[in-house]
Design a binder for this molecule. Structure first.
Ligand SMILES: *Cc1c(COP(=O)(O)O)cnc(C)c1O
Length: 587
């Protein structure tokens, strides 16, 4: 034993960790000697068999398993490609793929109707470049894009700015008075504007997002200390302006805090879409009090796959912003010098398009070419940079398009980066992205897929998947008839997911089904959903439905009685945001 310094275990890890079918942990356990070669071979074999089996039945999450990258790209496993820093600046870490990253970003900018190429060249007049896009390829998935967007939104709305420290100049002048010239390096400072007394909430962003929002948004609200409307309302004992009519039909009261009367998040309808009348009323209520609203929409919700009608909502919100003097407002750098200010929007519109931003543009094209029929009464929900009030958009690359690891895209506009107009005093952030090191392999993966497909082939792919989702839905309906039981089967319009009553655990494992609890008509129900992604075939759907048709595979659910929560401690502390345990798809 080469043991120099290392701890011994307090228990056998095999006993304390979850068991995984087909995996003998002893072959994987790492020791100071590594793993004996014969065991390593067994371990790799078990790994392969396990992942292959799970991949073959994969139905429960929105990640495409139809991947074919090894042939052309396998050699890059032996390169460390790092796109650290801004994608539009070369940087010194030259072993990167930023030139491909820029091609991928341009592609999506064009697809999402943004102004491209990115241009923040100081030789171009600001007016011409301010609307050009800025973005980058994410190392995490859309979660990273969400935190980055919310961070930008918070700084933008809360009146933060970056400037050269004016005291440095003063110091240099003072020092120079002694007769010798002193040069002092400029220093970038992060500043916070001061709210005027007449409008104390001017720099306090208030967040609005629906009850179908992905948990990453909620997590980052906490990371960034952004307050939600609920939080501000209960702590200031405000009275909720929503009346019964402002809630969607079929709304379950469990989503309301019965003590304060406020909904915990913005209500959504049973399909999972944010309820626009409630949103508009809530936003107006806070806008009237001077708070700048930060609104996060979903385009493809995690569990129900619903597309918020972003354009319709923004059309209703713009008059509210204008009426409350938030459409454009001055952010003063110095309360005593009214001549120095930046003009900013007093609101931020973010779209979490983790899933939908990838294929819905092709569905829109398919509609225009009469290649797809919309559900009765349904019109295409626009979400992209054609909405001129849109501030940021994110997308996960590994979901619809497919990648071996999480990746994605963040996109915004030059004018929303913290770098005010043509004044040499103002400078942008020297480090524009979220992380330090950035994955340089991911842009190659995205480029590989996009370079092999035309819009026509992507339209065909998107239309086929909609067709398969409808097929699966109809097969479920037939199954319901055959079994004579209500399986709670539902599919939101154009969504790639079908939700249904939770089957037995062995099915949940075999098909990697995501499970979720939802309140329906005041009752708590356990659901699962399946997602149609590129690898899913009619054959896999048929096999799945056949398994569900066997006796006892979909057990009855006892009516779940709400547990009585015993709460001995009542903190004498400020109540912050609601952290949901159900409805968000993180299981
Ligand atoms: C999956 C998902 C995310 C998070 O994306 P990751 O790529 O897993 O980080 C965010 N929002 C929605 C709506 C999602 O479905």
């Amino acid at each position: 034993m080469n043991k120099i310094t290392s701890t011994s275990p307090t228990d056998d890890p095999e006993k304390v960790y979850p068991r995984v079918p087909g995996i003998d942990y002893k072959y994987f356990k790492l020791s100071p000697e590594g793993v004996p070669e014969a065991w390593r071979k067994i371990a790799l074999q078990q790994l392969h068999e396990y992942e292959l089996a799970q991949k073959q039945h994969f139905l429960g999450y929105q990640t495409n398993q139809k991947l074919n990258f090894d042939e052309e790209l396998h050699q890059y496993l032996n390169y460390h490609l790092n796109n650290v820093g801004d994608p539009f600046q070369s940087g010194n870490l030259t072993l990167n793929s930023k030139f491909i990253e820029r091609a991928v970003l341009d592609y999506f900018a064009s697809l999402w109707n943004a102004q491209w190429p990115h241009n923040n060249n100081k030789n171009t007049p600001y007016e011409e470049r301010k609307d050009s896009y800025w973005g980058y390829v994410l190392t995490m998935g859309a979660s990273e894009g969400n935190v980055y967007a919310l961070w930008n939104a918070r700084d933008y709305l809360s009146g933060k700015f970056l400037m050269t420290d004016a005291e440095v100049e003063h110091k240099a002048k003072e020092a120079s008075k002694c007769g010798r010239k002193v040069s002092i390096e400029p220093r970038t400072m992060y500043y916070q504007a001061i709210a005027p007394e007449c409008n104390p909430n001017k720099y306090t962003p208030v967040a609005f997002y629906s009850q179908d929002t992905h948990y990453s948004i909620i997590k980052f609200m906490r990371v960034l200390n952004i307050q939600t409307f609920y939080e501000i309302a209960v702590n200031n004992k405000l009275k909720c302006p929503l009346e019964k009519d402002d809630y969607p039909d079929d709304f379950s009261n469990e989503y309301i805090d019965e003590i304060s009367g406020w909904p915990l998040e913005v209500p959504s309808d049973k399909d999972g879409n944010i309820h626009i009348p409630a949103l508009v009323k809530l936003v107006d209520f806070f806008a009237e009090k001077g708070y700048p609203p930060l609104i996060s929409f979903n385009y493809g919700t995690t569990f129900k796959g619903a597309y918020d009608r972003v354009k319709d909502a923004v059309e209703k919100l713009v008059p509210v912003f204008k009426n409350r003097n938030l459409y454009e407002r001055k952010v003063h750098y110095d309360p005593n010098d009214k001549s120095k200010f930046d003009v900013r929007n007093g609101f931020w519109i973010h779209v979490d398009g983790a899933l939908g931003a990838g294929y819905m543009p092709f569905i829109e094209m398919a509609i225009k070419q009469n290649k797809i029929k919309l559900p009765d009464g349904y019109t295409f929900p626009e979400f992209d940079f054609r909405i001129k009030e849109l501030h940021s958009l994110v997308f996960s690359g590994h979901k619809w398009l497919g990648a071996p690891w999480p990746t994605g895209i963040f996109m915004s506009k030059v004018k929303y980066q913290l770098q005010p107009p043509d004044d040499p005093q103002y400078i942008g952030s020297p480090d524009t992205t979220f992380a330090g090191s950035r994955n340089g392999f991911s842009p190659i993966i995205l480029w590989n897929s996009l370079s092999k497909n035309s819009y026509d082939s992507l339209i065909e792919m998107a239309v086929n998947m909609e067709g398969l989702a409808e097929y699966a839905f109809q097969e479920f309906k037939k199954l319901e008839q055959k079994l004579g039981i209500d399986l709670w089967v539902e599919r939101s319009p154009l969504s790639l997911t079908i939700r249904f009553k939770k089957p037995d655990d062995h099915i949940v494992f075999k098909y990697s089904l995501s499970e979720e609890e939802l309140y329906v008509d005041g009752k708590r129900r356990k659901y699962c959903h399946m997602y149609i992604m590129g690898h899913v075939t009619e054959k896999l759907i048929d096999e799945f439905i056949l398994e569900l048709s066997k006796p006892y595979v979909i057990p009855d659910q006892e009516e779940q009685v709400e547990q009585v929560v015993k709460c001995d401690i009542k903190p004498n502390a400020t109540k912050l945001l609601h952290v949901p345990y159900i409805g968000r798809g993180f299981k």
